[in-house]
Design a protein around this ligand. Structure first.
Ligand code: ARG
Length: 560
């Protein structure tokens, strides 16, 4: 903007009402205030410099100094043509970056619970979207596969003579974990044995390593079944757990000492960070090595971020971890930056999220108060979706029915999570997420299936739609403009990690489509040109909904 202070952007957004045009820029007011000139005067100056020839048919100043922009129908039609013809809906190619995405990250010997669900779902939507845009995405499943708990597990498996035959389910393993912990706390001899095993495991003892490996395998085989059900793109190759960084830890500590970043304090190694104070107001030290020489979660994450920069050559690293670990990450990054492991040019971003709550507003639990297991949750989703779909489609054959309910159930669970602003807690509500009304997956899946069945029933082929789009009715206009906003939506999501904005966009698009569908006849349009134009808009709506859902990791269905 001419003469605008650097910190003012154009603040351009879609207008709330048609009489204010299609877009409205309201940045003039705050600039004018800063420069102490009347806003309308500044707006007039802006218009002198603003050349929207061919894009807008009218630009006007309204109210105190708003700039209203009315897009040119010709231009809209031409842009629609570009997305119709172009690959990937005509998106402008990005400069590819190497982006590491840390997500899912469950712990070994424990079942994945709903707490890991958010990380898995949101992280995967981001991984899909960023790679769709052309970035090189590295999926990093930072599983908790290292630590003192393994000594305890090995000691206990041995005690119950189970260490030879490790054919067990993850749920058994979870019980074993609990029992092992009991023994560890109650029996000092057992605890000592457990600690010895930790040391042995760390030094690569083959016996301990073998049992450890089995525990990892049992856990992750089960978790990968959940990923498959959830259509999550993580593969076993994406596993980069804590154990991967174990060998780096002694050098990291030594290096931090040598660089003066860490200091020895009563036997432990600490880093004092500016800006972190303890309860007494004194600088708080972050422990990176305990007195007993053991390393911590923090130490592993320091090594991990170094590895991601140096070995994986990341340009950007995204962490999908709940908000309670925000301080942990901030400390890890501060230390890694101080030590020069992460150059300024590499972005480190914690895309944190809140908790999943039950309808009562308390952490989501089973009726008996236990943590809800992911697999049980998905079973329930399928069962509930089954009932709904059966009612609506009594004549569907068994195979189609089963496919359909999987897509609807899994889609609903994922969408419920993705559609909420991730920074806050959210209430898990079965009835709402499976509803065919409102901002839900079934609603959008249904809108999509309506278009595909229209094309199928009438034997239409989108390749034969050659006429350009004609913008005559208000409903055509708003649908077309909404279609053109896909690129902006996906770029915002890619930048900020905000799938909920994509969800609202898709929901709005589906809603606009349904009003368009009701008021603008397609097959019975007045003439061939209008018919083709409307079909083109319908087809593009379906394509956008499909692509949008796909990038969120949600399947579309051809009939519903
Ligand atoms: N395993 C951890 C947990 O369940 C999450 C790990 C997140 N990633 C990381 N780099 N710390 O809490």
């Amino acid at each position: 903007m001419a003469g605008a202070p650097d910190d003012s952007d154009a603040q351009l957004h879609p207008s709330g009402r048609t009489q204010f045009g299609d877009y409205q820029a309201d940045g003039v007011m705050s600039c004018a205030k800063k420069q102490r000139i009347p806003p309308r005067e500044l707006a007039a100056k802006v218009l002198e410099h603003l050349d929207l020839t061919g894009i807008a048919r009218k630009v006007e100043i309204a109210g105190q100094g708003f700039i209203n922009i009315f897009l040119d129908e010709q231009w809209i039609s031409q842009k629609i043509e570009e997305i119709f013809i172009g690959p990937k809906l005509g998106l402008t190619p990005v400069t590819p970056e190497r982006i590491v995405i840390d997500y899912s990250s469950p712990n070994v010997a424990k079942e994945m619970h709903v707490g890991h669900l958010r990380s898995t779902i949101i992280g995967d939507a981001m991984a899909r979207t960023l790679s769709f845009l052309g970035h090189h995405v590295i999926r990093a499943n930072h599983i908790g596969d290292w630590g003192t708990q393994f000594g305890m597990l090995i000691a206990y498996l041995e005690k119950i003579q189970h260490h030879h035959d490790l054919e067990m389910a993850l749920s058994d393993l979870e019980n074993i974990y609990r029992e092992a912990k009991k023994h560890y706390d109650a029996d000092e001899i057992f605890a000592q044995r457990a600690r010895d095993y930790v040391v042995k495991l760390q030094s690569g003892d083959p016996y301990c390593r073998e049992i450890w490996q089995k525990l990892v395998d049992i856990t992750m085989t089960q978790n990968h079944l959940s990923y498959e059900r959830l259509k999550v793109t993580l593969t076993p190759e994406d596993m980069m757990g804590e154990s991967l960084y174990n060998d780096m830890l002694p050098n990291i500590v030594e290096d931090l000492i040598a660089k003066g970043v860490a200091v020895k304090d009563q036997g432990s190694m600490l880093v004092f960070l500016e800006g972190y104070q303890n309860k007494m107001g004194k600088p708080m030290g972050v422990v990176i090595q305990k007195k007993d020489k053991g390393y911590l979660y923090v130490t592993t994450d320091i090594a991990c971020v170094k590895y991601r920069c140096e070995i994986l050559k990341a340009d950007r690293i995204l962490y999908y971890i709940d908000s309670r670990q925000n301080q942990h990450l901030a400390q890890v990054w501060a230390i890694a930056r101080l030590a020069g492991y992460v150059p300024e040019s590499v972005a480190l971003e914690h895309h944190m999220f809140g908790m999943m709550l039950g309808k009562d507003g308390k952490p989501f639990k089973t009726r008996t108060g236990g943590t809800v297991k992911l697999s049980d949750l998905l079973d329930e989703a399928v069962e509930r979706a089954g009932k709904l779909i059966r009612e609506k489609n009594p004549d569907l054959n068994e195979a189609d029915f089963n496919n359909l309910i999987q897509s609807v159930a899994i889609g609903a669970v994922k969408y419920a999570d993705l559609s909420k602003n991730r920074t806050t807690n959210y209430i898990f509500d079965w009835d709402r997420m499976l509803s065919f009304e409102g901002n839900t997956a079934p609603y959008i899946q249904y809108a999509y299936s309506r278009v595909t069945s229209l094309f199928k029933k009438s034997g239409l082929d989108e390749k034969k739609i050659i006429s350009p789009v004609l913008i005559q009715e208000e409903k055509e206009r708003s649908l077309a403009i909404r279609l053109l906003q896909f690129e902006e939506m996906i770029s915002t999501m890619a930048r900020d990690g905000t799938p909920h904005l994509m969800c609202s966009y898709l929901y709005d698009l589906a809603t606009q489509f349904s009003t368009f569908y009701e008021s603008c006849p397609m097959l019975n349009a007045k003439n061939k040109q209008i018919r083709q134009s409307r079909l083109k808009l319908a087809w593009l709506t379906a394509k956008t909904l499909k692509l949008g859902l796909e990038n969120l990791g949600i399947e579309t269905v051809e009939r519903m």
